[in-house]
Each structure stands twice: as C-alpha cells, then as structure tokens.
Design a protein around this ligand. Structure first.
Ligand code: PLP
Length: 422
C-alpha cells in the first residue's frame, strides 16, 4: 500500500486571531498537571473534549437554582426548568439549521441517536430485498446498528470501500447505490482517519435514488458550522460531550415528515398522548422519542456549550484547527519510521499514525509519561484498521484550545518513543 506523497489539510474559515490565553483560561482542566506534575497536553479531543467553565457553571447553576422535573409540574421551579429546556431545544435547532425545534430529539449521544433511527425507522420500514449502505470508515456506532437491523429485517448490508488515502471510493459508491438502497449512513468526519466526506454531493446522489441519508456528525459538529438543510440529509446525529458540553446528551435531527411517520422505540412516560388499559397513542415528535425524564441538566449544559462555540465562531475554530492539523501533519510525518494512516485531501482535526516496529500502545505510554494524552487503539473503527493492515493507530486529535507548543510536545514524545523502542 503506497502512501500518497503529500497531504494538505484544508483551512476552513477566516484567519481571525484568537485570544488563545483567554480561551485556555476558560477550560480549568487545561491548567491541571498530568503525570509527575508535567503540564497536561490534551490531544484526545475526538474521544471527548474539555468543558469551559461557562458549561460547568451552567450545569451547577441549574442544580443550585432551577432543578425540577420538566413538563409535569405547575409549580414555579418546574416552569423555570421547562422554559430553560425548551429554549435549549430551540438553540440546538438553530445551531444545526433545522426547520423547527420539533425536528430535534434529545438522546444520550450519537450512538443512541443512530440506534433510534435503526430500531424505529429501520425495523419497521426495511424488508428483504432492501439495502442499507454504509461506508468502510464508519465508527462502530454507525455500522453495527445497521448490521443488526438488516439481520432483523432481512435487508442487505453494504459498505462503500475506501482508498489508500482514506477517502471514499466514489466509483464504488455509485455502483453500490441502487434503487434498492433505502438508507445511506455516512460519517461526516472519520474519527479514525480525519477524512471529511463530501456529504452534500453524496446526499444528492443518494436521494436521487430514493434513499434516506443519515449523517453521523459526532466528529463534525464540534469543528465547523453545520446546516442540515444545506447538507440535504434526513437525519443528523451528534454528541454533546464532543462539542464541549456534558456527557449523556446527544442530538438526533430528523426531517419532520419522516419523524412523523416513525413509531416510538422506547415507551413510558412523557411520550404518550392517551393511555388506557386497552392501548396507548403516541405524542408527536420529538416527545414520541423521549420516553422518561430527559437529561435536563445535560441539555442546559449543551446549550451553554453551543453559546460558547458560537461566541468563538465555528469558522474561526475550523481555521485554527486546520492550522494545528497542518503543523502536526508536517512535523509528525517527518519523523523517521512514521506512517500516517489517513491522508485524505480534506481532513479535520485528527492525525492517525503508526511508528515502524513500535506498538501504538507503547507510543501512547511514552507520550503519557510526557503528559501528552492521545489515544492508541482501533478507535471503534475495526474495518478501517483492517483496511490499512494495522491493529491500531496512535491518534492525536485537536481542538481550538490546543497550541503549537503542544504539537511540539507530541513530536518530542514520538521521537522519544522511537529512541526507546525503535
Ligand atoms: N460516531 C463517531 C464518528 C464517533 O467518533 C463517535 C465517538 O467517538 C461516535 C459516533 C459515538 O459517539 P458517542 O459515544 O458519543 O455516542
């Protein structure tokens, strides 16, 4: 497998200078020490990102002065909590470019959002002879739920292969997309490779064949502006904890006409219209898909995270991360023995690599000794590892609060790993 000679990470957005010291001061954890008192260099943002104090404060303010269950009580606190929750849904809808807050379903995360679509829409709509198309670069969260629902319904499961650069093979996509394809599920940005997929073009082609399009936005929503209308997708899923918000909260955007037709996938309180001992009827979306008490404080925290990134500016964030990725790519690839895994022409915020003769876990351990937090593993994308013939990679992933000095620390750590193990 030959590695392409060059990689030119894109520069998204305008070159607006950031007050990086001010931004870093907003993230208390960035000032904490790592092993042996070394400064923490946090380059594991694709796994989860850090939280600004504005998010931490919003969650603790909610518990200190607004906490109550929503939608059920007539009392003062419940009204207050309900108002904050509803405002948050409106904010998320605007943030993603949805037509209305009723197209926004709160879930526990991207994983739950995709399982919701697979088990609600997929389980009731797919038939033998139908096909579901995914790609070889999907996170397991956008692959296994489709395998399972295909087994349950008799539909066929297909995957678009990837090239040596880690881009989708578009000729194969055109061949695999047929009139039998009922849904195309694709990651916006690959968490293992950093590849940015041309989702808008793919969605046009898929919808022209009559397929629905689901975009896994876990790795795109934190890094650049999203507009689901412009993307032309039917579903978009993302996670709050990767977007500088709390864990336990995610979002499913679904086009209203499709959500309206989908049955619930979990049942219980708050999702019903009328319940008798003879049977029940369902509330309209989004309530239909939000059985039980929702993660109220987490929704409030997510809204605060959206306020934060919008204040910084997602264009500005995309630009800065493009610069960080460009610098890291150049310096890491120059280290003898390094092979980059994923050299797509359009990439975002992720640098995956292997070091000749050294297991990625050993590289990760040496980096950890230096206070540099990266991830070494298969990144829940085992088909990608198989495609590139590696058991695992080292993955450094960036956020706008990272600095050039932190990338230099990464480079020093990889060089040290090479000296120790190479
Ligand atoms: N999709 C992608 C591309 C991811 O990177 C991840 C998490 O790493 C997920 C889905 C799953 O997200 P969560 O664990 O927040 O549900």
């Amino acid at each position: 497998m030959t590695e392409p000679a060059t990689v030119a990470p894109p520069r998204h957005g305008p070159a607006t200078p950031l007050d990086i010291d001010g931004i870093r001061a907003d993230f208390p954890i960035l000032g904490t020490a790592a092993r042996d008192g070394r400064p923490l260099v946090y380059l594991d943002n694709a796994a989860t990102s850090q939280k600004p104090r504005q998010v931490i404060d919003a969650v603790s303010r909610f518990y200190a002065s607004e906490n109550a269950n929503i939608h059920r009580g007539l009392h003062f606190l419940s009204e207050r909590a309900t108002a904050a929750f509803d405002v948050a849904r409106e904010k998320v809808a605007r943030f993603l470019g949805a037509g209305s807050p009723s197209e926004i379903v709160f879930t526990r995360g991207t994983t739950e959002a995709i399982n919701l679509v697979a088990q609600s829409w997929g389980r009731t709509s797919l038939r033998p002879g139908d096909e579901v198309l995914v790609t070889e670069m999907e996170h397991h969260a956008n692959l296994v739920p489709w395998q399972v629902v295909c087994e349950q319904t008799g539909a066929a499961f297909r995957a678009v292969p990837i090239t040596d650069r880690g881009e989708l093979n578009l000729d194969a996509f055109d061949r695999l997309l047929t009139d039998r394809t009922r849904l195309f599920a694709v990651g916006h940005v690959s968490n293992a490779l950093g590849t940015m997929n041309p989702v808008r073009e793919l969605a046009v082609r898929a919808r022209a064949r009559g397929a629905l399009v689901l975009v896994d936005g876990a790795q795109s929503a934190p890094h650049f502006p999203i507009d689901v209308a412009e993307l032309g997708c039917d579903f978009f899923a993302c996670s709050g904890h990767k977007l500088f918000g709390p864990t336990g909260i995610g979002v499913l955007y679904g086009r209203k006409a499709i959500l309206d037709e989908m049955p619930p996938w979990q049942t219980g309180g708050d999702m019903v219209e009328r319940v008798t001992l003879e049977g029940s009827t369902w509330a309209p979306p989004p309530a239909r898909f939000e059985a039980g008490t929702p993660p109220i404080a987490e929704v409030i925290g997510l809204a605060a995270a959206i306020d934060y990134v919008e204040r910084v500016g997602l264009d500005v964030i995309g630009h800065r991360e493009g610069e960080l990725l460009g610098r890291a790519t150049e310096l890491v690839r120059a280290i003898p023995g390094v092979r980059l895994v994923g050299t797509a022409r359009e990439k975002a915020a992720v640098l995956s690599f292997v070091l000749d003769g050294v297991h990625p876990h050993d590289v990760g351990t040496v980096l950890d000794d230096e206070g540099v937090a990266v991830r070494a593993g298969h990144h829940c994308a085992q088909p990608v590892m198989r495609r590139f013939g590696v058991p695992a990679t080292v993955r450094a992933s960036f956020a706008f609060y990272n600095t050039a000095d932190e990338i230099d620390a990464l480079v020093r750590g990889v060089e040290r790993a090479r000296a120790v193990f190479g």
